[in-house]
Ligand binder design. Sequence first.
Ligand code: SF4
Length: 482
Amino acid sequence: MSGLERSDKFKDECGVVAVHNHPEASTLAYLGLHQLQHRGQESAGIVSSDGARLRVHKAMGEVAEIFTEEALGKLPGMLAIGHTRYSTAGDSAALNVQPIMVDCNKGMIALAHNGNLVNAWEIRSRLEAYGSIFQTTSDTEVIVHLIAQSKEPTLPEAMCEALRQIEGAFSLVMMTHDRVFAIRDPRGFRPLSMGRIPNGAGEERDTIVFASETCAFDLIGAVFERDIKPGEMVVVGPEGVSSRFYGTEEVKPASCIFEHVYFARPDSVVFGRSVQVSREAMGRQLAKESPVEADVVVPVPDSGVTAALGYAAEAGLPFRFGLIRNHYVGRTFIEPEQRVRDFGVKLKLNPVRSLLTGQRVVLIDDSIVRGTTSRKIMRMVRDAGATEVHLRISCPPTISPCYYGVDTPSKSQLIAATKTVEEIRDYIGADSLAYLSLEGLRQACAEGEETTYCTSCYTGTYPTEFVPLEQLIPPALAPKKP
Ligand code: SF4
């Protein structure tokens, strides 16, 4: 983190891509990662295979900084997997940059993971007791050790055995010298989609791609084919595409609803539904549930924009870009020595006075985490001349942390865990404050037979059993979430 204050948002998680059968596989993986940059900006990596050897390039930084033409030139082959990651900056983060690549008794394998295993440290302690030596503090490495230790004779069988032992959120892409694997956990917490680039030489010669979000397919000319199903392992090899389910018990899917609220790009289709459509429906529903007398609807950019469009359309109010975001604030920006009030927020957002002066404003945002940033934005809009500011949030109050691959503050730092809506309104200085109901959110994301969602950060009820990390290992050794 730079000298700037910590962003008052849940941190994005990770993004994964995989490419099978393309002469520029690593370049396609690079372009895919570029599209997934919003899912993690602190490190990235690509492993390629030329059919005999796996090669890796990975580093701290953003995708475009890490992968120069020279770096991509050193990643030849028809297969590639890639990963972009959010983590807290520091030496330990460099150690955990993915994909992980190992040479084990099952051959060379590379693995990239989006999600968080809730029983990784339990398994790790067991493996270490039997002599396993871990190279990283990442939960992902546990999967590699379980595969290596399996007595199953083939790699797919060894992988299924390993996958049945882990619990939590995992969308994985894995690669050997001639195969790519795409896997989702039985609850399907995180998204993972499959696409195809037709090569005109028969189905077995098409390029098959996988990505966390479908927006990655658009840039590389791939056509979305389908989502990997919860509990499914898809294998792409010389013989074509095959699929199997590795789980033993049936569990109810719990796809992360926050992907629709905030994480995923609006141009993606996630869990079979357009994110743009979900966000607009959230705004419309919010307007129905919590209308207010006002003159103008203003989004907190960028993530509040689509919900604000929905709110304005439903309420019959004008939509205005009354706050402008500066997209070019680097992580290493140096603060002035004489601190300016609310400097961090002012650096990222600036009010358009001509649109706000004398107006009763409905401000739309997608979440309040600690409340500190919302409070500053309120002050900024009032200072720009708004006569009233009514804050509307396009999801329910966030009362509990996430254990499934999203970096969230502890419960004590979540303002909605300790304060009522009225107390939060008072703290942030809004004229009124309302959140979208949980039922309204589920409706906006079209929950039904096809998709059931995890909503644990709004309810405090979790779909898996887990032991909080801090009870298992000393804080100094606690892993950074991917
Ligand atoms: Fe998503 Fe919240 Fe569930 Fe985490 S707890 S997976 S952020 S809905």
